[in-house]
Design a protein around this ligand. Structure first.
Ligand SMILES: Cc1cc2nc3c(=O)[nH]c(=O)nc-3n(C[C@H](O)[C@H](O)[C@H](O)COP(=O)(O)OP(=O)(O)OC[C@H]3O[C@@H](n4cnc5c(N)ncnc54)[C@H](O)[C@@H]3O)c2cc1C
Length: 381
């Protein structure tokens, strides 16, 4: 089987390695000369995701945190995760992944912006493939002309590397009073920190970032550099496949809706596809089925995420209720950073509320509002 992967970002690299391991002949096309650039990502994943990615992630670990802090405008709750949250060096990660891909026999073809046809031809060379994995990221333009993949508007996210550090071994997240449509975040890294925020309106990024720095106790601190890019908050694309093409990663909207995180979904889909191929399923069906499975998981948390982003006061109510009822202690140590909807399922289980099954099959925003309301009332009782 001949496979072309278009885009040597995280998702393209993940799929290139998995498909090469499955015995395919893989060509990896990348328009830039080097992988890992331009840097955009904060690089936070759970330890479970580090295991899914494998050795390149192990070698790119920069720091580990005990958990995260979720806060609304007034209240905050500190949650220990079931395993540490890991900060990866994202530039190194992609370089390590490329080295691994080449070791697995992937042919790397940098420096060319290619086009593809649904029949599996990569242009301008005109090479033909049995499967083309479209991993062009959000900014790529191929899928738009083909009518597949993610089409919704992204948010814009920015990281500021700041001198100084105000907190210890927890990552602070979901402070959505200092962002628009996502949250601001704080990642302590010894003598420096990363402070970031996101907005649907790029012009708001600077004032929001200033507010976020103030909020995290770093007002006026010196910023040594900024980096960022489009943040995808879902839901995943309805149409992932066209003929021999399949869209993955940001190009498919395969991101955690609450945080925009794209590493866990792509790592999981690639590993799942490989295990299906090992079970005898053909390459194209394996890739498609794996993506659909991960996409279902992401959809489950989409409505909850929409609600939480739209209503910062609910985050406050949840945080307050969780502290008051002992819920925060009950779910502490049971939540995986990358499978954050388990925060809700774990909360529900610990409250013994008869909402578990319904919560898992949330379909509408209204439903989410009702269930969260009930959860809060339960927690307060
Ligand atoms: C501010 C910010 C913070 C983030 N923080 C986190 C985080 O903490 N944890 C997490 O899990 N995720 C995070 N993410 C999301 C994560 O970075 C992305 O989901 C992930 O990098 C997407 O990888 P990708 O391979 O799908 O796309 P990309 O990284 O965009 O890669 C696409 C590649 O395709 C190439 N390409 C495009 N078109 C062509 C073409 N026609 N021919 C050849 N090559 C082409 C591009 O040059 C590029 O290299 C963050 C994102 C942002 C913006």
């Amino acid at each position: 089987m001949r496979v072309a992967v278009v885009g040597a970002g995280f998702s393209g690299l993940m799929f290139a390695v998995a498909l090469a391991r499955a015995g395919a002949n893989v060509d990896l096309y990348e328009e830039h000369e080097r992988v890992g650039f331009p840097e955009h990502c904060t690089g936070l994943v759970s330890l479970a995701t580090v295991r899914l990615i494998g050795r390149p992630a192990e070698r790119s670990r920069l720091a580990a945190y005990e958990g995260f802090i979720i806060s609304g405008p007034r209240h905050a709750v500190r949650l220990r995760t079931s395993e540490p949250v890991i900060k990866l060096d994202r530039v190194r990660l992609e370089q390590e992944m490329l080295d691994e891909a080449v070791r697995e026999g992937v042919r790397y073809r940098p420096g060319a912006k290619v086009r593809v046809t649904p029949e599996g031809t990569v242009l301008p060379e005109g090479r033909e493939y049995d499967l083309v994995v479209l991993a062009e990221g959000y900014t790529g333009r191929l899928r738009r002309s083909l009518g597949i993949g993610y089409t919704a508007q992204p948010l814009y996210g920015v990281n500021a590397e700041v001198e100084g550090s105000s907190q210890g071994d927890f990552v602070a997240l979901f402070d959505n009073s200092t962002s628009r449509g996502l949250f601001s975040w704080y990642v302590p890294m010894g003598s420096t920190s990363l402070v970031g925020t996101a907005s649907s309106e790029p012009r708001l990024l600077q004032p929001l970032l200033r507010e976020a720095m103030k909020r995290f106790g770093l007002e006026g601190a010196r910023v040594s550099r900024f980096y960022g890019g489009p943040v995808i908050t879902g839901p995943p694309a309805e149409r992932l496949r066209l003929g021999k093409l399949i869209a993955v990663g940001d190009a498919a909207g395969m991101n955690k809706p609450l945080t925009g995180g794209g590493l866990y979904p792509s790592a999981k889909a690639a590993v799942l596809a490989l295990s299906m191929i090992s079970d005898g399923v053909d390459l194209l069906s394996s890739a498609e089925r794996a993506l659909l499975a991960v996409s279902r998981e992401l959809r489950r948390s989409y409505h909850v995420s929409k609600l939480l982003h739209a209503r910062p006061d609910i985050v406050d109510m949840l945080a307050e209720a969780a502290e008051a009822s002992g819920l925060a202690r009950a779910v502490s140590g049971r939540v995986d950073y990358d499978v954050h909807y388990t925060l809700f399922t774990a909360s529900i289980r610990s409250l013994r509320a008869p909402l578990g099954a319904a919560m898992l099959t949330l379909r509408s925003l209204e439903g989410a509002a009702k269930l969260l309301g009930a959860l809060i009332r339960d927690a307060m009782a």
